[in-house]
Design a protein around this ligand. Structure first.
Ligand code: NAD
Ligand code: LMR
Length: 326
């Protein structure tokens, strides 16, 4: 039997929490032979509901669930953890943009970044889901100076999965056969879902679709505004697909992508004209528990404009939280 891995989930009593915990306990995150101990953080006011979720987890009798540590204190919840999935924060409602949540949510990630810095394992892997995810991940990273910057990532995987799914539908091909899609930048409508390198069985997907007008005028905004479309339809923001994307992100980071590209928000190293430390969506491959940016891709004029546009928004968000971090 392997040693259990400690996985912290914040906002555990919320709707994404309800969709993700049972899948983690079932082995979908780290494999069917890997026991887990769930560290569940939520606000004091949510502890009763959290207790109900824990009762349900127990009622599943998951063979891989080796323990549950509930808490309303990040210093307790993050003690000795290997993985942190930071979901807990306010979601947006109809008519809001994700950056409107900065005022409500930024402080949470400062406090939690510090708690990770002080209590998590030095090898911890952190995924920020709570919106605005890129800038919250940036805040957490800046609040944890003793941890490597590479420990902090933001979730672009939901955008990546949406981007692949919509391309598959348009081209009439299987999702699993599509390679080399990249989503650049911010998890917001400014993101750039880039299909220039996408291929199916070695054939260019752009050539197969052969409809650049559809790509530029319909597809890009459909991917970018999918979150708002779901809020409009459900009255609530995406939950099961967000939980699924978080599982995909962490599983691929830990277990590897076998050379396949996925999109992750990671701290910039200055490449592609993105200033260092900006938490920016890029294509990566993962191997041996490490993500590696796909380097040296050509950037044409259209892509340059799109990358700059989403970068500008992230720079504005960075400016908006500068006083919080000073
Ligand atoms: P929700 O309101 O259902 O649940 C949020 C939970 O977080 C609640 O239980 C709340 O008590 C808890 N919480 C609030 N502040 C907390 C804190 N300081 N510490 C711990 N827990 C805290 O919301 P949800 O639908 O689960 O969404 C959560 C977040 O995820 C929102 O910000 C949402 O916008 C975001 N989201 C991101 C993506 C993405 O792709 N990055 C996708 C979907 C949702
Ligand atoms: C999403 O993309 O579905 C989430 O970020 C929720 C939202 O506010 O759109």
């Amino acid at each position: 039997m392997k040693t259990p891995v400690r996985v912290a989930v914040t906002g555990a009593a919320g709707q994404i929490g309800y969709a993700i915990l049972f899948r983690i306990a079932n082995g979908d995150l780290l494999g069917k032979d890997q026991p887990v101990i769930l560290h569940l953080l939520d606000l004091p006011v949510a502890q009763k509901a959290l207790n109900g979720v824990i009762m349900e987890l127990k009622d599943c009798a998951f063979p891989l669930l080796a323990g549950v540590v509930p808490s309303d204190d990040p210093n307790v919840a993050f003690k000795d953890i290997d993985i942190a999935i930071l979901i807990g924060s306010r979601p947006r409602g109809p008519g809001m943009e994700r950056r409107d949540l900065l005022a409500a949510n930024a402080e949470i990630f400062k406090v939690q970044g510090k708690a990770l810095n002080d209590f998590a394992k030095r090898t911890v892997k952190v995924l920020v889901v709570g919106n605005p995810a890129n800038t919250n991940a940036y805040i957490a990273m800046k609040s944890a100076p003793d941890l490597p910057k590479s420990a902090f990532t933001a979730m672009l995987r939901l955008d990546h999965n949406r981007a692949v799914s919509m391309l598959a539908e348009k081209a009439g091909v299987e999702v699993a056969d599509i390679e080399k899609v990249a989503v650049w930048g911010n998890h917001s409508p400014t993101m750039y879902a880039d299909y220039r390198f996408a291929a199916v069985g070695g054939e260019s997907l752009a050539a197969k679709i052969n409809d650049e007008t559809w790509y530029r005028e319909t597809y890009l905004s459909a991917v970018g505004k999918r979150g708002a479309a779901i809020i409009e339809a459900r009255g609530l923001s995406s939950a099961a697909s967000a939980a699924n994307a978080a599982i995909d992100h962490v599983r691929d980071w830990v277990l590897g992508t076998n050379g396949k590209w996925v999109s992750m928000g990671i701290p910039s190293d200055g490449s592609y004209g993105v200033p260092e430390d900006v938490m920016f969506g890029v294509p990566v491959v993962c191997e041996g528990g490490v993500y590696k940016r796909v380097e040296g891709l050509p950037v044409d004029e259209f892509s340059k404009g799109r990358i700059q546009h989403t970068l500008n928004e992230l720079l504005e968000e960075r400016e908006a939280v500068a006083s919080l971090l000073s």
